[in-house]
Write a protein that binds this ligand. Structure first.
Ligand code: FMN
Ligand code: ATP
Length: 262
């Protein structure tokens, strides 16, 4: 998978070499089951029409740029999103730099410059995708635009669990509320974070609130079941001998313990 960082300065150059693509649109924090359904739909379009499979996202999160008082609690850093998109067999991951000036770009100009500009022949997004200044672009305006530009558009219907939309927001809420055992229904697997033996949890993950948790540590091809205690927002203690393991470990968060183990 090619990872291409796009900004207002290099857009013109990147456009010259962009292949025709089926392009999935959205931020995709956590690449949950709703996101996977959008990307899978894009993959089917790409295969049927012999197009490259592209995902177009942003960095940083639009909300963190637009509302400076909001601190986004990312589910995962960009590197982990890259790993997941790679596994989904995405060919090109465009990461558009989200700035205050991009936020002012009108909806149709964004489509002209970034979507058509990067050679999307099929656009795929979810039912609630928004874009453009004041988030005025919606799937309705996108449908009008796609028809006039003779580009295909597929809008993926809402994927729900227990009558609620599967969303990054809901996953963040469950993590904060320690409801880890709910997460495989939303993510397709346990929530994972990376942990460095020297520095602790790597940046841009969300940790559950203070308390003790059943976790699985990935050790090459096996899993070590043990307990981790979240001491504060960024610090955890692992109740297991890990000094012989690799420096950077993947931790799967399975469930909470009601009582703190001694
Ligand atoms: C050109 C552009 C301008 C945007 N301007 C705004 C804005 O003014 N206000 C806002 O809340 N979101 C704005 N957004 C963010 C989008 O509403 C949306 O969050 C983003 O495209 C990611 O889509 P998703 O949240 O559906 O994944 C803008 C997005 C783009 C591409
Ligand atoms: N449950 C879902 N079913 C179908 N499409 C979805 C679902 N959740 C998100 N999408 C689509 O996936 C793309 C990325 O969405 P986005 O990053 O806004 O996810 P989100 O989970 O809605 O995030 P947030 O909770 O932060 O609003 C968009 O095209 C969006 O419409």
């Amino acid at each position: 998978m090619k990872v291409i960082y796009v900004d207002a300065n290099n857009l013109h150059e990147i456009r010259q070499s962009s292949p025709n693509a089926a392009m999935a649109l959205g931020y995709f924090d956590g690449v949950h089951l709703g996101h996977q359904s959008v990307i899978q739909t894009a993959k089917e379009k790409a295969q049927a029409q012999n197009l490259s499979l592209a995902v177009l996202s942003f960095f940083p999160h639009p909300k963190s740029v637009l509302f400076s008082d909001i601190e986004i609690s990312y589910l995962e850093p960009l590197e982990q999103k890259v790993e997941k998109l790679e596994k989904l067999e995405v060919d090109i991951f465009y990461i558009v730099e989200f700035t205050k000036s991009l936020a002012k770009v009108e909806a149709n100009d964004f489509l002209d410059d970034y979507i058509i500009g990067l050679n999307a022949k099929e656009i795929i997004c979810g039912f609630d995708y928004t874009y453009g200044a004041k988030a005025s672009g919606t799937v309705k305006t996108l449908a009008v635009y796609a028809a006039t530009q003779q580009v295909g558009l597929t809008v993926v219907e809402e994927l729900k669990w227990n009558n609620q939309k599967i969303s990054s927001t809901l996953i963040r809420k469950h993590i904060a509320e320690r409801k880890l055992s709910e997460l495989p229904n939303l993510l397709g697997g346990f929530y994972k974070t990376k942990y460095c033996q020297k520095n602790g949890i790597l940046p841009n993950y969300s940790l559950p609130n203070v308390g003790s948790y059943k976790v699985l540590i990935e050790d090459r091809h096996s899993f070590i079941e043990c307990v981790a205690t979240v001491k504060c927002k960024k610090y955890i203690q692992i109740h297991h001998e890990i000094s012989t393991l690799q420096n950077v470990l993947t931790i799967q968060w399975v469930d909470r313990f009601e009582t703190v183990p001694s």
